[in-house]
Design a binder for this molecule. Structure first.
Ligand SMILES: Nc1ncnc2c1ncn2[C@@H]1O[C@H](COP(=O)(O)OP(=O)(O)OP(=O)(O)O)[C@@H](O)[C@H]1O
Length: 337
């Protein structure tokens, strides 16, 4: 288990990471997300021992590293995967993966598992981005790291490749059976790949939980907005049900919310229809997404809601529509601000 306790990092007088606490199981993948500059890379660097920490401890198996007694980076047995792959350009794929490796059968194992066998004698310059990242991952895992840190490993790759490679990386990490912390800017990636998601804001972990809990029961409006389209509507919460102008739904009260609340509405919690006498809003804008369309609807009560529907439902901006809350699952309710 990787255990991080009250870890803080200062750059000069500025605190960049503030009392980070987390514990990762033996093969658990934590996705770390947050706005630019919130401290994600700093956390990875601190865990790897590349920068000094100001307070707190990091513990893994038999070793502990503290601010007073830091453990040298080479003694932590950490594997790192970067967005720019960091391969040696003058070495072949096999030489890159086997570099400083005592047991080269592990290089064979991971090259084969990641489908890179046929590129063993190729130099990195002749590989695609996805292939380079597979080599970088094979090199990391062949060294049998005690834990793996991934800093936006897919951000230099195109969308289609990202989608498939994220599963390959997840599967390889699970096969290796090591804890991993994976920094990403991509909310879909965080929710779909992680066993848990950690959402950072200004160096503080706002929430660390399963993807489902972070999405459906966000600890704050910030987390709600960060992990996907989030609209809010006023409602009244009583006996576990929220009453709103556009329908009644079961509630998950956040921080003991009661009475006058704002309910978190995701674009798939609503239904949309036009050409009837019950319209309650007007389409502001429409975004075509291929298989679906996202609409922003200005409600007559002054709030804006976003809704995602099939691409077959095509309305022009300016169309009057009826929006109804149709979900049967509980929606998060926040105390009215
Ligand atoms: N060497 C440094 N000296 C001083 N400040 C730094 C240093 N490195 C980073 N910072 C500051 O620390 C804060 C956190 O930076 P960090 O790179 O960890 O953010 P991040 O969440 O990884 O951002 P991004 O998503 O843009 O990569 C930022 O305000 C940054 O300007």
């Amino acid at each position: 288990m990787l255990k991080v306790s009250d870890l803080s990092v200062n750059y000069g007088a500025t605190r960049v990471v503030d009392k980070l606490n987390l514990a990762l199981g033996d093969d658990e993948i934590l996705m770390l997300v947050g706005p630019t500059g919130c401290g994600k890379t700093t956390i990875l660097q601190a865990l790897a021992g590349l920068i000094p920490v100001s307070e707190g401890s990091i513990q893994l198996g038999a070793w502990t590293s503290t601010a007073d007694k830091p453990l040298a980076p080479e003694k932590r047995n950490v594997g790192m995967v970067f967005q720019d792959f960091a391969l040696f350009p003058h070495l072949t794929v096999e030489q890159n993966v086997s570099f400083r490796l005592k047991n080269t059968s592990l290089a064979d194992h991971w090259l084969s598992l990641l489908g890179m066998d046929k590129f063993r004698d190729t130099k990195p310059a002749r590989l695609s981005g996805g292939q380079k990242q597979r080599v970088a991952l094979a090199r990391t895992l062949a060294h049998e790291p005690a834990f793996v840190l991934l800093d936006e490993p897919l951000s230099n790759l195109d969308a289609a490749l990202k989608d498939s490679l994220r599963w390959e990386i997840r599967s390889a990490l699970k096969t290796a059976g090591v804890p991993a912390i994976w920094v990403t800017h991509d909310q879909d990636e965080a929710l779909s790949v992680g066993d848990r998601v950690g959402v950072l804001k200004n160096g503080v972990l706002e929430q660390i939980d399963t993807p489902e809990a972070c999405f459906a029961e966000p600890a704050s409006r910030f987390v709600a907005r960060f992990l996907g389209e989030a609209s809010f509507m006023p409602g009244n919460l009583c006996d576990g049900m929220i009453t709103t102008e556009i329908g009644d739904v079961p509630a998950t009260p956040i921080n003991g919310a009661q009475g006058d609340v704002d309910v978190l509405i995701r674009p798939d919690d609503l239904s949309l229809s036009a050409n009837n006498s019950n319209t309650n809003g007007i389409i502001e804008w429409a975004r075509y997404e291929g298989g679906s369309r996202l609409y922003a609807v200005a409600m007559d009560n002054g709030h804006e809601l976003k809704i995602r529907v099939s691409h077959e439902t095509a309305f022009q901006p300016g169309t009057r529509v009826e929006m109804v809350l149709t979900t049967t699952h509980p929606l998060a309710a926040f105390n009215r601000e």
